[in-house]
Design a binder for this molecule. Structure first.
Ligand SMILES: Cc1cc2nc3c(=O)[nH]c(=O)nc-3n(C[C@H](O)[C@H](O)[C@H](O)COP(=O)(O)O)c2cc1C
Length: 214
């Protein structure tokens, strides 16, 4: 970086607003609407989200994952059940996520309790994946050290040969989770940093809604 002054980087947000009159009782209605608009706007990886978990040391840990389902009041994603995140979720079955759609100047944050999907749900999704990704799931002991890229490639090749001409079964160590929404916050960038923030919180089966200062 030669002459870039990071503190001078700033952007005026002015694409849209979030009016109280357009807010549904159920936040999932707005989540779906925004998601459809992200797809229409051709946002890059509209289903990518940062997933934060709690470690044994009660410190946060965060990484990107791909949302693969939005059903009722939960979202799902898939991963390795022996990965670092899986260990953290086993010890602390809660998560918080953030999605940022720069093209729409929108952020969605949500949090909730985490459960594993059923074996049938994980199998269904695993079957729908490209063969290469299925082999990749077998080849990667996610979050463990690898001696070299070459070792990983050999392992991939080994699995490719093992399953040649056969349907690839889902490894027991690979599957999905769902995050059942307890809070969802919608953020729309606005001029002068007076952004719109609408927080929905689940309480005794109802959704309470509050506008927050940006
Ligand atoms: C855009 C993007 C999408 C990703 N999607 C997934 C995913 O759906 N599942 C997954 O296990 N890892 C995904 N990853 C990799 C994770 O960020 C992470 O490196 C991996 O899951 C290991 O995390 P852990 O060691 O905390 O368990 C994705 C990475 C990026 C950049």
């Amino acid at each position: 970086m030669t002459d870039i002054k990071i503190s001078d980087l700033r952007k005026q947000y002015k694409k849209d607003s979030l009016e109280d009159t357009e807010l549904p009782e159920d936040p999932v209605v707005l989540f779906r609407k925004w998601f459809e608009e992200a797809i229409e706007a051709e946002v890059t990886e509209p289903n990518a989200m940062a997933l934060a978990t709690v470690t044994g040391a009660e410190t946060p840990n965060v990484r990107m994952v791909l949302m693969k389902g939005l059903e009722d009041h939960s979202i799902s994603f898939y991963t390795n059940y022996e990965s670092r995140k899986a260990k953290e979720l086993a010890a602390h079955p809660v998560a918080a996520c953030t999605i940022w759609w720069a093209e729409l100047e929108r952020q969605i944050r949500f949090s909730g309790k985490v459960e594993k999907l059923t074996v049938a749900e994980s199998e269904d999704y695993f079957r729908s994946r490209p063969r290469e990704s299925q082999i990749g799931a077998w080849a990667s002991n996610q979050s463990t050290p690898v001696a070299s890229r070459g070792d990983l490639q050999s392992r991939f090749k080994e699995m490719e040969e093992k399953f040649e001409g056969k349907e690839i079964p889902r490894p027991d160590f690979w599957g999905g989770y769902k995050i059942v929404f307890e809070t969802i916050e919608f953020w729309q960038g606005r001029p002068g940093r007076l952004h719109d923030r609408l927080l929905y919180q689940q309480s005794a089966g109802n959704w309470n809604r509050q506008r927050l200062a940006p």
